[in-house]
Design a protein around this ligand. Structure first.
Ligand SMILES: [Zn+2]
Length: 581
């Protein structure tokens, strides 16, 4: 990397920020509706633009603002969906300095007070120089109740010279009273085909050559956000001289080779633990992040499940042709119950690996467990077994290992590595260091590897993650979080990784903290126990049966007057089918 990625980012993302509706990609429906409204002179008082981050909400708002106030190159034009980009209004709005276009961010602290005052005070005055006085309010769902009330008053009796352009990522948090007075546009995630074509165009304009499968990887990683895709493209182009290849992009994103992930997936589904471990080990040796490998396995599981239901999903443009063939084949072979089970177990494994002191060790344990997924009995099989054998407690059935459920969760919890850290952590090469952190979870895993216990606790309890990209973390501090958390984390990561990390505190709501997520998952596990195949089988076989208590082996032993229940698998006289050991 010869240039700093930051300067690269800014340049491309800004350079290709759409300036007109014609530049907006993948939002044809919205553009058509707007055009019709403008042409029929039925321009709404307020617009609500909603969609995930990076779909261009504020960019669209600025284009609408230009269209509303454009006077054309000759100074005589009216409102248009084709703003000229040259008149004084267009230029000033593009540069964010138009006196009649007020851009505010409800997610920032200062914004909230200002917005209420600005709405109350300035709405009654005419626009200073332009046709309309325009309020662009980003993350409008964050407004205080008093600001919403001020807004509502204005929207109920709208002065003709005022227009509102709202943007939000969380439409459900906007009061219906406000929503009902807006023309709403849902900005869609960009379809992969459209995104790949767009990236190709930008790369072409930049004089860069980048392989199509590399663009497919970027498209998949950007998850529908044009801005993210352009930033990644920018990084990818600055990485390589000559053609940028899929391998380079894969390394940049910290992804494993998808073909090899399919190999691993097949070994797991074939129940071949030795081959699966060998493949995982080989990928690790080649620098793949264990967490990313498991995430890819989850992605493949999801993809195959979708193909089973919608076979056309195999024609995913972000998948290489041979992957599509393999995808179709696997989806045809694997029953849905195996895929859903695999998915559940992978979600659990992902959490374990992200929390384990040694990610690779935990990943190996997870893979071993996953190799049993294909021979889990179906609820139907279990019922048959139950019906064929006497009721469990009446006689002492010999326990049949084949019928024993391989517990999805309770069993085989990966052991914690001793605190001395048995396995070496791969050394960090400075240029590759950011690529090692494709996700926030990988940062957390790194803190664990580095034994940053205090920081780790603060991160797990104090960070409500708002956004993450390698080298950048934005969060909202949870109640009680250390005031210096952002600074502490930034300092440590910058020192330990040799790359620059920007950690910012922002006011958006953010995700639940990791600690909260772990609590929620524990509750979900308890709920899932009720859905365990064996429990379902029991309910099917004995419809009147209900769960009255969940007991541990210890309490059962105490009831039986024993120190402990016998451990022998074959002769266990009191085998309890409710138990999952
Ligand atoms: Zn203009």
């Amino acid at each position: 990397m010869t240039e700093t990625p930051e300067s690269g980012y800014q340049v491309l993302a800004r350079k290709y920020r759409p300036a007109s509706f014609a530049d907006l990609i993948g939002q044809d429906a919205m553009v058509r509706t707007l055009k019709n409204a403008f042409e029929a002179d039925r321009i709404a008082q307020a617009f609500m633009l909603t969609g995930i981050r990076g779909t261009g909400k504020t960019t669209t708002a600025r284009i609408i603002a230009k269209g509303l106030n454009c006077i054309g190159p000759d100074g005589q034009g009216g409102p248009t969906t084709d703003p000229c980009g040259m008149c004084e209004n267009c230029v000033a709005i593009a540069e964010g300095r138009h006196v009649d276009v007020m851009e505010m961010d409800a997610a920032s602290n200062t914004g909230v007070q200002n917005i209420r005052d600005a709405i109350i005070e300035t709405v009654s005055y005419r626009a200073a120089t332009a046709r309309y006085k325009i309020f662009i309010i980003d993350e409008v769902h964050m407004l205080s109740t008093s600001a919403f009330n001020a807004l509502l008053k204005t929207l109920e009796e709208p002065p003709a010279h005022v227009k509102f352009l709202f943007a939000t990522t969380e439409i459900r948090k906007v009061p219906v009273t406000v929503l009902s007075r807006c023309q709403r546009f849902d900005l869609r995630r960009i379809e992969p085909e459209v995104m790949i074509a767009h990236l190709q165009k930008v790369a072409g304009l930049e004089g860069a050559t980048i392989a199509e499968d590399a663009l497919a990887l970027i498209t998949r990683a950007a998850e529908g956000s044009v801005r993210d895709a352009i930033s990644l493209l920018d990084q990818a182009i600055s990485h390589g001289a000559g053609e940028t290849t899929a391998d380079q992009v894969r390394a940049m994103l910290g992804l494993a080779d998808r073909g090899r992930v399919l190999d691993l997936f097949e070994a797991i589904m074939g129940g071949d633990a030795a081959a699966a471990l060998a493949e995982l080990g080989a990928q690790y040796a080649d620098g793949a992040d264990p967490l990313a490998v498991l995430r890819d396995l989850a992605e493949i599981t999801h993809w195959l499940s979708v193909i089973k239901i919608t076979p056309e999903a195999a024609d995913d443009p972000t998948a290489a042709p041979e992957e599509r063939v393999r995808g179709r084949g696997l989806a045809g072979k694997l029953p849905m119950r195996v895929l859903t089970r695999m998915w559940q177990m992978l979600l659990k494994a992902l959490e374990e690996v992200s929390l384990a002191p040694n990610a690779m060790m935990a990943a190996e344990m997870a893979v071993i467990r996953l190799t049993h997924v294909a021979d889990l009995p179906t609820p139907g099989d279990l019922v048959k077994k139950l019906q064929d054998s006497p009721p469990p407690r009446a006689q002492a059935p010999a326990r049949q290992p084949a019928a024993a459920p391989r517990g999805p969760e309770a069993q085989l919890v990966p052991p914690r590595a001793p605190s001395g850290g048995a396995q070496p952590v791969p050394a960090l090469a400075p240029e590759a260091s950011l690529a090692r952190f494709p996700t926030f979870a990988s940062v957390v895993a790194f803190l664990e590897e580095q034994r940053q216990i205090k920081l780790l606790v603060e991160v797990r309890h104090g960070i409500r993650l708002i956004s993450y990209s390698p080298g950048r973390i934005a969060f909202r501090p949870a109640d009680g979080a250390s005031a210096s958390l952002a600074a502490d984390l930034g300092r440590f990561l910058t020192q330990a990784t040799g790359a620059r990390w920007g950690i910012s505190v922002e006011n958006a709501e953010g995700a639940p903290t990791l600690a909260e997520q772990a609590d929620a998952e524990k509750a979900a596990l308890e709920a899932e126990l009720a859905d365990h195949p064996l429990m379902q089988a029991v309910r099917d076989a004995f419809p009147a049966a209900r769960i009255t208590a969940i007991r541990s082996r210890e309490s059962l032993a105490a009831e039986a007057g024993l120190d402990a229940l016998p451990e022998s698998e074959e002769t266990d006289p009191d085998w309890d089918p409710f138990e999952d050991d």
